[in-house]
Unconditional design. Structure first.
Length: 190
């Protein structure tokens, strides 16, 4: 199961059936760069469409969303839950998400925050340094002609992952988790 904020992360999975297409999103492209075969996406959810897990209402919304995703992935019979959430400018969001991910035992999880955004990851994929430290990046994908989900997927497909900037910490961490999670998955359902 994959989960993200919208079309750029999920591609055609951002739409409900019967409107769903086979358009790849950035998450599928990144997973494909980590392992080319032996997995498939069988379910997806946009972050805003996840029912908030109610047990432990004292938790913050993102934490309850992750727990809701775990419940959905478990019910769908998924071996692995793959998620990304933009950190935006909420400095405590990555820590909260990490703490919640550390609690999960029901399903394998590949997840984390894109610091600061998924577009910052895409900039890092083309070699831009300092993207995680910037409130507003010096270079914008849109200014480079990267307008669509397909454009972002092409960046992932063409990236030299061995040459990622050393300061792309959240992207490097997510990719390592994806490699491990896909290798440890006991079956093809993601």
């Amino acid at each position: 199961m994959i989960a993200g904020e919208g079309r750029h992360e999920l591609g055609g999975w951002a739409d409900e059936p019967p409107y769903r297409t086979d358009e790849r999103g950035v998450l599928a492209a990144l997973l494909g760069r980590c392992r080319t075969e032996g997995w498939e996406i069988v379910a997806a959810r946009r972050w805003k469409d996840v029912p908030k897990f109610r047990s432990g209402d004292h938790r913050r919304a993102d934490q309850r969303t992750v727990l809701g995703l775990v419940a959905l992935a478990t019910r769908a019979g998924c071996d692995l839950l793959v998620l990304v959430r933009d950190a935006d400018n909420m400095l405590d969001r990555p820590e909260e998400l990490e703490a919640t991910l550390a609690e999960i035992v029901d399903v394998g999880v590949v997840g984390g925050c894109a610091v600061r955004t998924l577009d910052a990851w895409c900039l890092a994929l083309i070699g831009e340094r300092g993207t995680e430290a910037l409130r507003k990046p010096k270079v914008r994908l849109e200014d480079m002609g990267c307008q669509t989900t397909a454009d972002r997927v092409a960046l992932v497909d063409d990236a030299d992952l061995a040459r990622l900037p050393d300061d792309a910490y959240s992207l490097r961490q997510w990719l390592e988790r994806a490699r491990v999670g896909l290798d440890e998955g006991s079956g093809p359902a993601t």
